[in-house]
Design a protein around this ligand. Structure first.
Ligand code: ATP
Length: 514
């Protein structure tokens, strides 16, 4: 684990050193849990958004996009339940003065039981070698069964406390399990209190009478309140979806783990409106489609898992997370929720407007049910970055740091390099850039040795380097070097476009989703 933490630290500093992610307001010592994306980060982020947007709006003829404002009428947050219930249970340690989410402390503690079981399995595998039967071991080993029984009992107690909103019980669990503060190492805990995560501000001058408004904590409500507009003007027929990408804001209690938990972040959300009674069928369908979208990136199928929710939000009748294996464990990157007709009904009630759909096939009107898919751009970014980072030992004792980014997401697709800065090679290289740049993000680089230039491109994940040498001037060929294999082949300049396009286009990814 400690080793994994070291790798994570390296990834964070790599992200800064190579212009992916900077701490916000850094020259003023930063702002907690707020980050800026640099010259490479913004490109990677835009590519992730493009992949999601196209997968939603190009591949599904019944999904359209919108872009709603961040500020919304404050009653929307009353109707959605956020004013009353968008809370996290917080607890303070009196000695370290550090604040934690009580639920996260308990979840981390639960994960330790799983670690223990995994360790027993690893030990046994070593002992039994080839003949080891993991399933049998898990069912029969007494130590494993004891740990699992304790884990399950605690899990049940925790889920009940969360469902009942029982803050005293959450504290009692922390006391009974002897959970200590990771900083002070003590059990000197305060009571558990609820904390609302919404940022509030004022709109309009005080002379006019200002109004309290919120920075939206999710983009979904902007979709719900535009349901009628889109359905009517787009003449949409159920089932149909509305997709949106935009900023969301949450005053997170504990902001840790880099861009995993931020106070300002970006979401990609899609609300899919269906007939009442058909929601669970669509829920299953979207679970499958969304996992396929993730897996098409090729980061490793074993890095994903579903996690079904124990505590369903007040509006949901089914919910699953897609978790990704980060250096600090499996963590949620996307939520898929069956939200019933809760949101539309609430807006109907609070706005006094009729929000219904007339179904011509059934010849009746109803309030549509909703399946939501909600993914954080920044968490997606982090999962791509973490699984792509590698410190590689090369032949001859050399090392390189390489980002094996999925080529369609890479910030720069190819770098063109003259072998030397004379003899007309720079001019020839510029010519190639001037052609490729219309289709691909292309860099020109002539500084330092060719080896150093390759390393620089490896470090930002550029899939291809094109080297122009003296032979180029004679026969119109260049060296095309591939990032992961470092293999080089001699290709005609005229073939470059097709060769590169094949690997780096987002279309290629989208076609895998068919
Ligand atoms: P968590 O339990 O980690 O706080 P959540 O269940 O509250 O997350 P949702 O409300 O389902 O998250 O939000 C949908 C998605 O938005 C999440 O899967 C995640 O990718 C992203 N997200 C939520 N909160 C944050 C945050 N503070 N920083 C970055 N991304 C976030």
């Amino acid at each position: 684990m400690a080793q994994q933490e070291d790798v994570f630290k390296k990834i964070v500093s790599h992200a800064k050193e190579y212009g992916f992610v900077f701490p916000s307001s850094e020259i003023y010592d930063g702002l907690s849990a707020v980050y800026d994306y640099g010259q490479n980060g913004v490109e990677l982020k835009n590519n992730i958004k493009r992949y999601w947007w196209d997968a939603m709006t190009l591949l599904h003829e019944n999904i359209v996009g919108i872009d709603s404002a961040i500020f919304m009428h404050p009653t929307i947050w009353k109707a959605s339940g956020h004013v009353d219930a968008f809370n996290d249970p917080l607890i303070d340690n009196r000695d370290s003065k550090k604040r934690y989410r009580a639920d996260v402390l308990i979840e981390d503690h639960l994960a330790k039981f799983d670690d223990k079981i995994a360790k027993e399995v690893a030990k046994a595998r070593k002992r039994f070698g080839e003949t080891f039967d993991e399933a049998m071991f898990l069912q029969t080993n007494q130590r494993v069964l004891d740990v699992k029984a304790r884990r399950d009992a605690l899990h049940e107690r925790f889920a009940k406390a969360m469902n009942d909103n029982d803050l005293a019980e959450l504290r009692q669990i922390i006391i009974d399990e002897e959970i200590v503060c990771p900083i002070s190492g003590t059990k000197n805990w305060t009571d558990v209190r609820q904390f609302n995560l919404m940022f509030k501000t004022e709109m309009g001058s005080t002379a006019d009478g200002s109004m309290a408004v919120y920075l939206r904590p999710e983009t979904a409500q902007g979709i719900f309140v535009n349901y009628l507009n889109v359905q009517k003007t787009g003449r949409m027929r159920i089932p149909f979806g509305i997709a949106q990408i935009g900023k969301a804001f949450r005053n997170e209690i504990v902001a840790r783990q880099f861009i995993f938990r931020m106070r300002e972040f970006e979401q990609m959300e899609m609300q899919f409106f269906v007939r009442p009674g058909e929601e669970l069928k669509w829920f299953a369908q979207w679970k499958e489609w969304r996992l396929k979208w993730h897996k098409a990136l090729g980061l490793g199928d074993e890095k994903y898992r579903y996690h079904d929710h124990d505590k369903l939000a007040h509006y949901a009748n089914a919910a699953t997370d897609i978790e990704f294996e980060m250096p600090f464990g499996f963590k949620e990157v996307e939520g898929i929720h069956s939200r019933t007709n809760f949101d539309l009904s609430q807006h109907e009630k609070f706005s006094g407007k009729k929000i219904q759909y007339f179904d011509p096939e059934l010849n009746e009107s109803y309030t549509p049910y909703v399946i939501e898919t909600s993914i954080g751009v920044d968490r997606m970014f982090l999962s791509v970055l973490c699984s792509s980072y590698e410190e590689q030992a090369l032949e001859g004792g050399d090392t390189r740091v390489v980002l094996h980014l999925p080529a369609p997401l890479a910030p720069v697709k190819c770098a063109v390099m003259p072998l030397v800065r004379k003899d007309g090679l720079p001019e020839k290289a510029r010519e190639i850039v001037d052609d490729l740049k219309f289709d691909f993000a292309t860099h020109y680089d002539e500084k330092d040795s060719i080896g150093k230039r390759y390393r620089r491109q490896d470090a930002i994940g550029t899939p291809y380097c094109i080297t122009v040498d003296h032979q180029t001037l004679e026969d119109g060929t260049v060296t095309l070097r591939e990032r992961d294999s470092m293999e080089q082949q001699r290709v005609a300049i005229a073939d470059l476009h097709a060769l590169i396009h094949d690997k780096v286009s987002i279309n290629g990814l989208l076609r895998k989703l068919r």
